[in-house]
Design a protein around this ligand. Structure first.
Ligand code: CMC
Length: 431
């Protein structure tokens, strides 16, 4: 963030304040209101943070009007095509693409932390048999602070590093076991000779009674889904992780808070909700009925997988995901997938409809991801756990950036109080 010589003038109640402005390396300038309350005795009001930069960050940049997403400056479509998930993890965590040697070392560190503490098996067994895998994820990741005490001191850079590697490495095992538990199958232990995505697929779909070969097409598609979800700037779950960590809470507790936030259907839960919606629509002839419902202000229904707070153009991740859905279904020999047909037709009709055009509502990352995950054999309940597995690196990178910042303060928003003014207590017999 660079100070510039611009200022903003604010006049109210006969006062005039001059506020400094800051320039980012990309994106709009910001008005620095940090001293506003001290100097002007007023707050700003911005529920939902629609115009508020809550932090500075050098990790991810989104240009919502252009539909552009950059990680450390690199466009997401180039990363999805040319890179792979663990390399993107390194980029997000450390700021630059690794050399071959750095990448090998990083992959080896992640690979050697994939197992869970064996006592965690008993922890899993405490959940109800039909628990949603996201409920298990929130619990198990939070419980890591009870199993890995030696990496909870946030003031120790080495412990922060170990916690980061542990979270990235163990998340596939945690998510796969949440799935196995929910379907009553034995846990499959990680195998360190497999790459990150293949290992996850094997832990989800192998059973001890049979040999299991990971399909390389599925493994590549899985890795691309992880890459496309790796980070997304100051979204709701990332901001949750930052806010939780600002109090000094340990990283496992903070990532559990992020998972809880991601679960909601307006955020990561949209991928499950979207596939369920596409299935409910069923055939293209029913699309107008659902479009009409989405436009009806008296109906709470929204087109899931459509719209975004920041993108007012195509979500660049949705473009890659759509192409990937075509490729995966084609390579798997799945012709005329009815859900994909409905999705494509729905996209066409919605973006030509004035309601969606005026509000700049386009497909987001969740619109096509469920179709690929479904073709791979995942039930809808696993879609959001997969999102949280992939987003873990983004949460950790943002957490590390925040903790290392010497100017970091506890997050403590103010409010516009609209409740009762002070009044005297009335004894119960007099009410
Ligand atoms: N279907 C129908 N109308 C919509 C939709 C939608 N999916 N999204 C927004 N609108 C309308 C909304 O009714 C409002 O209309 P009006 O101005 O007439 O009142 C206008 O568009 C602006 O909506 P908003 O709710 O003020 O926008 P927001 O920035 O607060 O919400 C959103 C963004 C993503 C929560 C919202 O678009 C939505 O609920 N989408 C469906 C859920 C979804 O797909 N979420 C995944 C987001 S991408 C992955 C992730 O980040 O987790």
């Amino acid at each position: 963030m660079a100070e510039n010589n611009k200022t903003a003038k604010l006049s109210f109640d006969g006062k005039e304040l001059e506020l400094p402005m800051l320039s980012p390396t990309a994106g709009p300038d910001v008005i620095d209101i940090r001293k506003l309350y001290a100097q002007g005795d007023v707050f700003t009001y911005d529920p939902g943070f629609t115009s508020t930069a809550a932090t500075d960050s050098s990790i991810t940049f989104i240009d919502g009007d252009k539909g552009e997403l950059l990680h450390r400056g690199y466009p997401i479509d180039q990363l999805a095509e040319k890179s792979h998930f663990l390399e993107v993890c390194y980029l997000l965590l450390y700021g630059d693409l690794p050399s071959a040697e750095q990448l090998e070392d990083f992959e080896s560190r992640v690979t050697n932390h994939t197992m869970l503490h064996e006592q965690m098996v008993y922890f899993y067994r405490g959940f109800r048999r039909d628990a949603h895998p996201m409920a298990i994820m929130v619990g198990v990741v939070g419980a890591m602070s009870a199993f890995y005490h030696d990496s909870t001191d946030i003031n120790d850079p080495w412990q922060r590093e170990v916690a980061s590697i542990r979270l990235i490495a163990k998340m596939p095992t945690i998510a796969a076991w949440a799935y196995k538990f929910s379907i009553g199958q034995p846990f499959v232990y990680p195998r360190n000779d497999l790459d990150y995505a293949s290992n996850f697929l094997r832990m989800c779909f192998a059973v001890p009674a049979e040999e299991y070969e990971v399909n390389p097409i599925l493994s590549r598609a899985m890795d691309r889904i992880f890459t496309l979800h790796a980070d997304h700037e100051q979204n709701a779950s990332t901001s949750t992780v930052r806010l939780a960590s600002s109090s000094g809470a340990n990283p496992f507790a903070c990532i559990a808070a992020g998972i809880a936030c991601l679960w909601g259907p307006a955020h990561g839960g949209a991928n499950q909700a979207c596939l369920e919606m596409l299935r409910e629509i069923g055939t293209p002839d029913r699309i107008p009925e659902f479009i009409a419902r989405a436009k009806d202000k008296d109906d709470p229904f929204r087109l899931m997988g459509f719209g975004h707070r920041v993108y007012k153009n195509f979500d660049p991740r949705a473009r890659v995901m759509k192409k990937s859905a075509d490729e995966v279904l084609d390579l798997l020999g799945i012709d005329n997938n009815p859900t994909l047909q409905v999705a494509k037709e729905l996209e066409k009709i919605a973006i030509e409809d004035p309601y969606f055009a005026e509000r700049k509502l386009y497909p987001n990352v969740d619109f096509y991801s469920g179709i690929i995950l479904d073709a791979m054999g995942f039930p809808t309940s696993m879609f959001t756990p997969i999102f949280s597995l992939a987003r873990t690196v983004g949460w950790i990178s943002q957490w590390k950036e925040m903790i290392a910042d010497p100017t970091m303060k506890i997050g403590r928003p103010r409010q516009l109080y609209i409740g009762a003014p002070m009044r005297d207590y009335v004894d119960v017999e007099d009410r």
